[in-house]
Design a protein around this ligand. Structure first.
Ligand code: GLY
Length: 407
């Protein structure tokens, strides 16, 4: 199969790698990165035009923005299968309130919440206890729209800023919901509109520093499956979350075809859904896909066409991905440092923020690379990944040392 993967990060490197490694597929990546260039053709330009010009059999969309902006519909007009949902379906990520309404209709366990279009009612709703609530910008905010205020003073400022446009249109309406405590787990479901194949559960680590301290990042590492998650958890999520959501969507004229990422929290009252994303997680993908033995192209194509989904074969054991970040990330950081040592290690290397300059690979983003290792169990995977992660060097390199060890 000839497949176009859209995106340029570690997630897209892992997608392209899995599609290349597990099947007889030719891979194009738009625009790709120096890692994907090692086995695929990186190609710049408009993705729909590329898909048409190159007569690809399937397009796999990495990031959420093209999906929310309707790339699946544009490809459908050209009769090109797209693994990624329509713009209507992508509202499950594009609007927190839409997702909440679908979850309520599907009777999916989720925190109670309310939507607000102005600051006074929102501030009044939280009263003197904002630390019991989560504030979410309703729209897409590139991972920046979720707040856990510690005080009334802090929550008043957050609400005020959002309605004044701190996140642009994403914050013109705001969802406030009950705060839940527990262990977070990510579940990726490959959906064909009515049915789903659930990939092994994973967990990412969002804070910048060890012991879950410091600012939120895009993700500093991931493990698959987390040691504390029951082996039948993916089946539970399929029955209680994914299939009911697919049914509500279909009953309302929206067939969800693509990956549906359920961000869950396991509380003392059971699992609750925190959020949906309409794309693969990053860096969860870099931990989950190396655990899959099957040709994902067959699975993604069947999902894109609304056909019966083939089963996937999952490896025994576990995997761990350690993200190497630029010093200072997620705040300001300097780019352009040469990266060495990554070619001599046994682990998988997924490029994220890298560029090729005069024959050298240099840092060009906050999250630079993911180092993924497989093991017979999670302890072994983590140990192997760290053994290799320390051998990769660039100035200012930062990584967490407790990936897979905290929840
Ligand atoms: N790892 C979190 C996300 O991809 O949204």
């Amino acid at each position: 199969m000839k497949i176009l993967v859209i995106g340029s990060g570690g997630r897209e490197h892992a997608l392209a790698w899995a599609l290349f490694n597990n099947g007889a597929n030719t891979i194009l990546v738009n625009p790709g990165n120096p890692g994907t260039a090692e086995f695929a053709q990186n190609i710049n330009g408009d993705p729909v035009e590329i898909a048409v010009d190159e007569s690809v059999d399937l397009v796999v969309v990495g990031p959420e923005a093209p999906l929310v902006n309707g790339i699946a519909g544009k490809l459908s007009e050209k009769n090109i299968p797209c693994f990624g949902p329509s713009a209507d379906c992508a509202r499950l990520e594009g609007s927190k309130w839409f997702a909440k309404e679908v979850m309520n209709a599907a009777r999916v366990p989720t925190a109670t919440g309310k939507k607000f279009t102005g600051p006074i009612a929102a501030i009044d709703y939280m009263g003197q206890y904002p630390d019991k609530f989560v504030i979410k910008a309703d729209g897409l905010a590139a991972g920046k729209g979720v707040y856990l205020p510690k005080s009334k003073k802090e929550s008043d400022v957050i609400i005020d800023d959002l309605f004044k446009g701190s996140l642009g249109d994403a914050g013109t309406s705001v969802v406030i919901e009950q705060r839940l405590e527990g262990r977070e787990v990510s579940v990726l479901a490959v959906c064909n509109g009515t049915d789903a194949v659930i990939l092994p559960a994973s967990r990412d680590h969002k804070r910048a520093y060890d012991a879950d301290m410091g600012p939120n990042t895009g993700g500093m590492g991931a493990v698959c499956p987390p040691a504390d998650v029951p082996y039948d958890f993916p089946d539970y999520v399929k029955e209680k979350v994914i299939l009911p959501v697919l049914k509500v969507m279909k009953d309302n004229g929206m067939e969800y075809r693509g990956v549906l990422y359920a961000g869950l929290i396991i509380t003392q009252f059971g699992p609750f859904v925190l959020e949906f994303n309409v794309r693969f997680g990053d860096p969860e993908t870099q931990a989950v896909l190396p655990m899959i033995e099957s040709d994902l192209a067959e699975l993604f194509l069947a999902a894109a066409k609304g056909q019966e989904l083939p089963p996937v074969s999952i490896r025994e054991g576990a995997s761990a991905c350690i993200v190497l970040a630029s010093g200072g990330y997620p705040g300001g950081y300097t780019k352009g440092y040469e990266i060495t040592g990554y070619k001599d290690i046994d682990s998988l290397v997924f490029h994220a923020g890298t560029s090729q300059v005069d024959g050298a690979i240099v840092t060009s983003g906050g999250r630079v690379m993911g180092i993924t290792a497989l093991g017979e169990d999670l302890d072994e995977a983590i140990e192997k990944a760290y053994k290799d992660a320390v051998l990769v060097n660039f100035e200012g390199k930062h990584m967490r040392m407790d990936i897979g060890r905290t929840v």
